[in-house]
Design a protein around this ligand. Sequence first.
Ligand SMILES: NC(=O)c1ccc[n+]([C@@H]2O[C@H](COP(=O)([O-])OP(=O)(O)OC[C@H]3O[C@@H](n4cnc5c(N)ncnc54)[C@H](O)[C@@H]3O)[C@@H](O)[C@H]2O)c1
Length: 402
Amino acid sequence: MNPQNDQEVAVFGQGYVGLPLSIALVKAGYKVVGFDLDREKIQQIRESQSPIVDISNSEIQELHKSKNYIATSDLQKCENSTVKIVCVPTPLTDESTPDFYFVTKAIDLIGSIMNDRDLVIIESTIAIGSTRNLILDLLNEKVKTKAISFDLVYSPERIDPGSKNWNLNNTPKLVSGLNEASLKRGCQIYSRFIKDLVECSSFEIAEAAKLLENTFRLVNISFINELSMLLRAVNIDVLEVIQAAATKPYGFMQFFPSVGVGGHCIPVDPIYLTSFADKVGFQMQTVKTAVKVNNGLPDYFAKLASDFLGGLKNKKILIVGIAFKKNISDTRESSSIKLLVELRKLGAKVYWHDDLVQYWNGETTSEISDNYDLLVLSTPHDYLRLSDVTSVPILDSRGFIL
Ligand SMILES: NC(=O)c1ccc[n+]([C@@H]2O[C@H](COP(=O)([O-])OP(=O)(O)OC[C@H]3O[C@@H](n4cnc5c(N)ncnc54)[C@H](O)[C@@H]3O)[C@@H](O)[C@H]2O)c1
């Protein structure tokens, strides 16, 4: 197969990963079919209403103007794309175990429309061994009666939502292939719009590297949060300690206190790693402890608020910032929301302010005002100015100042 024959790509999942990827592919000269089972999202994209904050409506208008992009829920429209890229969610089940439902569904759909010599690329974050033992097996099973061959690539996405410095084009990308031909073909696609490609020698290396990256963040953020709890208890300013430590020119990286990690990746991916470890009979103690520390943070902050206010019953509290990260609107797995739920459970009247989120769970953002007993600065978006609120104490989750 000459890799340059690939002209049309179908991207399965038009969310935080799939939509920016579709835009990059179109800019690189590919025809793109943006496929998503969520018909409302597809309609929104067709009307040039961006479903994610990192992509503007005008970028979607440009995409439509190019005439090289369609948004669809019609699987047949993906049939002629020789490259099929999977960007669907990999969340946790209610029992906090990896949920492969969306990936297996996507592979099932792809398998039903596969043509000879198609290339399937997985960008979703998955557990070690899943590309070979789950996805490859499923594809082989789906196509066994058709007698066709295909290429397979695993290339995990590293998008940093809200980042002004790092984007799809300048973030090095890991690429791994079933064999040399798959790897070469995958690299050919990405090299049209990504500067640095890092070829991995197996699927398992790329899968484990992706889990290492995100687990590294969880472990370090949990550590700094645990340290900040200790230092607060003995009246030492954690921010000054971090600043002092950061003067070491090597071997140290700064992490800051917060109400805990959130989002679709950092709290979730480490569980894909620990589940894999459990399966092969290995205990990942550090990671499990980090997950536990992170899960305990909403309780810890609720207790801080309660101690300060002398109980929470009927106290009016405003949580400022409910997105999982500053300067974005995504609330998935947000620790701020877990704190909100906890405070309500303990009897407080809790409102929230977040102009980027606006609506959540049938509720709308509340104005920041002096009309509260306590403000909790949970997600410090750049637009926020709390200096006008003079009479309300502020619990700053990033520095614990009350
Ligand atoms: N969001 C991030 O910052 C980020 C960063 C790196 C990696 N990832 C990984 O990328 C993957 C996708 O994450 P996301 O944030 O884009 O999720 P998302 O929820 O924003 O988007 C996924 C989309 O896939 C659609 N979908 C579900 N099943 C489908 C199917 N069978 N066929 C077609 N579409 C389907 C959903 O409707 C949704 O619109 C996950 O594995 C995630 O861990 C995400």
